[in-house]
Write a protein that binds this ligand. Structure first.
Ligand code: PLP
Ligand code: COI
Length: 339
């Protein structure tokens, strides 16, 4: 039985679902995790996650297929990225098996909230790893909490395939060279709040960050990676050590090449050479594929395909990716994990 919600208009909002998973790391090992109905965490006031940002998180989705089954998209990749984040911040690592088991438990326990097939909505899962305990010096925690909670969501940016506009940030960087840009840590998002709010207030969907060292190359969007489609049928996306390695982006690189016959390129995307692209978009778990209508950089208003219509290649990529995620199109080996 599915709960009765306005599935088509969920947006991207927190919802306190009946169950979440929680596990504690103490004395050098993970205790057995369990489901709980309590959405509050009780932690020491001195927890390193609170003071020094020793925390990391993930985002992935559960999809209801046409036949009513539920499936996950590449959860092993999220587990591995959280392990990389954990190593960068000297946190205890969550083994892949434990991560996927926790995600499955949460989806099963909240099955009624997995949106029906055809609504476009999904169940968004937020795994979170935090350093806790009584420590006040700047050093890694001895104890950790790993939790996974969930909520049904719709579009993150403007509805579905509607293009929207993005603003190049010249006054703010999201991450430093050799900083934590490639790790999924709260600090990167904290740095993006001020420029993000300013951009939203000016009517933009999000900020486009440039490489922090030279401010000449596009890095990524505040909450998604960037891609462009060139006149020569290339799928191009920035390669940088300070952007989040997007699982959606790597999936699209593969699909562009294998299924759409495009040339897939990770490389420099110079912000003064946007003319090479006939289409552009933002991609990520929450963003899915969000077409970029135009980018504003100072006085330069650069329109890609159109500010109102999605381009044909972006649409093809979207149909392929979303078709795989919802089980309508066969997936490359190992991408889909059934519940
Ligand atoms: N870049 C940032 C800053 C993000 O927050 C996200 C979201 O997870 C992405 C890119 C996209 O990554 P993924 O496709 O793995 O969700
Ligand atoms: C995601 O796409 O999962 C994200 O983490 C993006 C944003 C909501 C932080």
């Amino acid at each position: 039985m599915t709960i009765d919600l306005d599935w088509a208009n969920l947006g991207f909002a927190y919802r306190d679902l009946p169950y979440r998973y929680i596990a504690h790391f103490k004395n050098g090992e993970w205790e057995v995790g369990q489901l709980t109905s309590d959405n509050r965490l009780q932690i020491s006031e001195s927890s390193p996650a609170l003071h020094y940002g020793q925390q990391g998180f993930e985002g992935l989705k559960a999809y209801r297929t046409k036949s009513g089954d539920i499936q996950l998209f590449r959860p092993d990749q999220n587990a591995e990225r959280l392990q990389k984040t954990a190593r960068r911040l000297r946190m205890a690592e969550v083994p892949t098996e434990m991560f996927i088991d926790a995600v499955k438990q949460v989806v099963k326990a909240n099955e009624d909230y997995v949106p029906p097939y055809g609504t476009g909505a999904t169940l968004y899962l937020r795994p979170l790893l935090i350093g806790v305990g009584d420590i006040i010096g700047v050093k890694p925690a001895q104890e950790y909490i790993f939790t996974v909670f969930a909520m049904p969501v719709g579009s993150y940016f403007k509805g579905g395939l509607a293009p929207s506009n993005f603003l190049v940030s010249r006054d703010y960087d999201r991450a430093a060279p050799h900083g934590t840009g490639a790790a999924k840590v709260g600090g990167n998002y904290a740095a993006s709040l001020e420029p993000g709010q300013k951009a939203h207030a000016a009517g933009y969907s999000d900020v486009i960050y440039l490489d922090p060292a030279t401010h000449t190359k596009i890095e990524e969007v505040g909450a998604a990676n960037f891609f462009g489609i060139s006149k020569d049928n290339e799928f191009v996306t920035p390669l940088s050590p300070s952007i989040l390695p997007s699982i959606t982006k790597y999936s699209l690189l593969q699909l562009a090449e294998e299924r759409l016959g495009m040339k897939a390129i990770e490389g420099d995307v110079f912000v003064d050479q946007l003319d090479r692209f006939v289409e552009a978009g933002a991609c990520g778990t929450a963003a899915v594929i969000s077409p970029i209508g135009a980018i504003d950089d100072g006085d330069n208003h650069h329109v890609f395909y159109s500010e109102t219509e999605v381009g044909p290649i972006t649409r093809k990529l979207y149909d392929e990716l979303v078709g795989i995620q919802f089980g309508d199109i066969p997936a490359p080996e190992g991408w889909i994990v059934k519940l």
